[in-house]
Design a protein around this ligand. Structure first.
Ligand code: PRP
Length: 179
């Protein structure tokens, strides 16, 4: 598996340090709020698990699977929710946790859909904010890293459902994804 990686972009130590720094910021902002952490599956599962363990307050966690379709870069597009959260978000302080902000279309559509359910507040956390070369319809409230527009895998990110279990963010060799 590691042989398919061109180079390590963000190693385990860099990830761990950044997640701890982010956790400290979110702890400061949410320590009185008992927020609901909403993990957007599947890519966010690793980041979500790491982040929740460095938050020093009571929180609940839930999961959503959502895909956006037919959207342009500037629009929200249509969001299809394949798995709904179990917990009602109305009146809750909700933090959406995403692995990557690429075009921003998914997160934008998700915000639009969840805002209609009247949470007390709705903020976004992304692990990677990728420079996809276009203007995004949404900005993350919290993020760990900005990256260039490369084919990234690992730490939850996949190519054809593989590589999610790599403990680092790597750049996939071109010959792997061009096959
Ligand atoms: C990825 C990622 C975001 C979305 C970001 O999900 O987890 O949800 O793409 O892309 P965007 O900013 O261009 O909308 P993906 O659909 O690959 O599913 P996965 O999380 O199951 O890997």
């Amino acid at each position: 598996m590691n042989n398919d990686i061109e180079r390590v972009l963000i190693d385990e130590k860099q990830i761990s340090d950044a997640v701890k720094r982010l956790g400290a910021r979110i702890t400061e902002d949410y320590k009185e709020k008992n927020p609901l952490l909403l993990c957007v599956l599947k890519g966010s599962l690793v980041f979500h698990a790491d982040l929740m363990r460095v938050l020093n307050f009571h929180c609940e966690t839930d999961f959503i699977i959502a895909k956006s379709y037919g959207a342009g870069a500037q629009s929200s597009g249509e969001l299809k929710i394949l798995k709904e959260p179990d917990i009602n978000i109305k009146g809750r302080d909700v933090i959406i946790i995403e692995d990557i902000l690429d075009t921003g279309v998914t997160l934008s559509a998700l915000l639009h859909t969840l805002q209609a359910r009247k949470p007390a507040s709705l903020k976004t956390v992304v692990f990677l904010d990728k420079n996809s070369g276009i203007e995004k319809p949404v900005k993350a409230d919290y993020k760990c890293f900005d990256t260039e527009n490369e084919f990234l895998v690992g730490y939850g990110l996949d190519y054809a459902e593989k590589y999610r279990n790599l403990p680092y963010i790597g750049v996939l060799k071109r010959k792997i994804y061009s096959i």
